[in-house]
Design a protein around this ligand. Structure first.
Ligand SMILES: Cc1ncc(COP(=O)(O)O)c(C=O)c1O
Length: 287
């Protein structure tokens, strides 16, 4: 496996970072997760835009031009790993770099650590088609969830709880409302109307969510961008979660109880199909 690290394409065995890297010590960095189909990055500009916002938010010295240049790096990493023909997941991370430990920023001359990896993505078709299960879990994260920081403790604990419950995702809630999934955005359908948390600092501005919103507009489906009360969620007719490796995945069981009739609902299926059409058409390949 070949990684990109600080300007070099290196085998995994020789990809090393200093132990004082602030990504390791403080979780002081920003990451992105991008889907590649047929060697092409899906919705790259939206990922780059979000990465720039996060880096600016953390005041890390890595500008928009440098972020944009990572698209070519991603394409090369995909090629180096022989993933141009199929589906891949790109992981990009920029940390504030390595320096003796101290909460305040290191000198401005400290170079950020820049890392990109690509791995083969095996799409779980059965779950896309038949749906998966989710649990509900308290949202314990910090207050700037719109910045995709590498510190993911709230997400990690939630996903582990889901894993231990044999569920695919944990749907997070705080103050009695649903925020999003541990690594996905959450939608529900009530009486034919879609509902999802509005864009704010309380959720990640998912790229898949953005595409789903565009498809909802194209298909002229009714949508309410309003937080879903946790107490209402079990009575939803349909629930789905979406993300760069999740696409649109129906949630057919919530906390062990069927959602609606326990099968993917018609609105979810319509959006899943429209999303997949967009994803594969963008790359000029069929599913
Ligand atoms: C907390 C959270 N919400 C939503 C998403 C989905 O975002 P995207 O569609 O950009 O992958 C992710 C993806 O990692 C995430 O970690």
């Amino acid at each position: 496996m070949i990684f990109y690290l600080n300007g070099h394409y290196v085998p995994r065995e020789s990809a090393m970072i200093p132990v004082e890297d602030r990504g390791f010590i403080f979780g002081d960095g920003i990451y992105e997760g991008v889907r590649a189909v047929g060697g092409k990055m899906f919705e790259w500009p939206a990922h780059a835009d979000r990465m720039v916002k996060g880096l600016n938010g953390l005041r890390i010295n890595f500008n928009a031009e440098q972020v944009n240049a990572l698209e070519g790096v991603c394409e090369r990493v995909v090629q180096e790993n022989g993933l141009t023909d199929g589906e891949a997941f790109l992981y990009l991370q920029v940390s504030r770099g390595a320096a003796p430990r101290g909460h305040n920023f290191p000198p401005a001359s400290t170079p950020p650590t820049v890392f990109v990896s690509a791995s083969k993505l095996v799409v779980p078709r059965k779950m896309r088609d038949e749906g998966g299960s989710a649990i509900t879990f308290p949202d314990m994260r910090w207050k700037r969830r719109d910045w995709k920081t590498v510190n993911l403790l709230g997400n990690v604990l939630a996903r582990q709880a889901a894993f231990e419950a044999n569920a695919y995702e944990a749907i997070l809630h705080e103050d009695g409302i649903v925020t999003e999934g541990a690594a996905t955005n959450t939608f529900a359908v009530f009486d034919g109307v879609l509902r999802t948390h509005p864009l704010s600092t309380r959720i990640l501005h998912g790229v898949t969510r953005k595409v789903v919103m565009e498809l909802i507009a194209e298909l002229d489906l009714p949508i309410l961008e309003e937080a879903i009360p946790l107490a209402l969620l079990p009575s939803a007719d349909e629930i789905f979660v979406c993300g760069s490796t999740t696409d649109v995945t129906p949630v057919v069981t919530l906390d062990g109880t069927p959602v609606g009739n326990g099968k993917p609902g018609p609105i979810t299926v319509k959006l899943r199909e429209a999303f997949e059409a967009r994803l594969y058409q963008a790359a000029g390949v069929s599913r």
